[in-house]
Design a protein around this ligand. Sequence first.
Ligand SMILES: [Zn+2]
Length: 258
Amino acid sequence: MKIKYIISLMALFINMQCFGWGQKGHDVVAYIAETHLDESVKNKVEAILDASLVYNSNWLDNASHTADFAYTKTWHYKNIDEDQTFETAKFNKNGDIVTALNEQISKLSAGGLSPEEEKLALNILIHLMGDLHQPMHMGHYSDLGGNKHEILFFGRKNNLHSIWDSALVEAAHKWSYTEWQTQIDRLDSAEMENISKGTITDWAKETYELATEVYRITPVGFNVSYNYVSEMTHIIEEQFERGGIRLAFILNNIYKNK
Ligand SMILES: [Zn+2]
């Protein structure tokens, strides 16, 4: 009975499509944002969420697999195939990360939402601002954002999307989400202002450029090892920081006068 349970659990994980930074990445992005909110904004947002920003930062990855939130399944990414550009990529009529993020920001800015609607829009925004900065969320459609791009991770079979979600993050630093923030969140105000410039589309394009580079340096069958981890660590750190600072910037703008 016990073995049967373990086997079915394993099958579940194998079949699960990867949906974004692993839990650590989302927690780090949300926590960086939390530390950069104006105090009054932080109080308002936490009252709506009835929790910290970190608490539900991963929730959407699970929810998208349930019937009630199946409509959000395609909201975690945007696919751009090799023979396309960001502009010419086929538009997913079920929604993509750029559309979904802009929608949540418009809804929250306009106001007039019920408490449940506002909480949902906030939770989606917090989660997707993490995903927006994971390079493989601007991956190719042909390989499902790198999920079918088979590589080796220290000699063991894996795929490009999966290692960028979690394995690389954990190989980079064995830190808790608060330790990640303490170590990497050290920009001065001019640098933060610079990072906060732009739109969701600009930031998606920036991630797409990174994805293009990741594909270039990680061909199918490539064995990811120590060199790769050390070269990619600063990109992971930068992407977490960008995600967190930009999320704080968006929330401060929406809630400072509410
Ligand atoms: Zn996700």
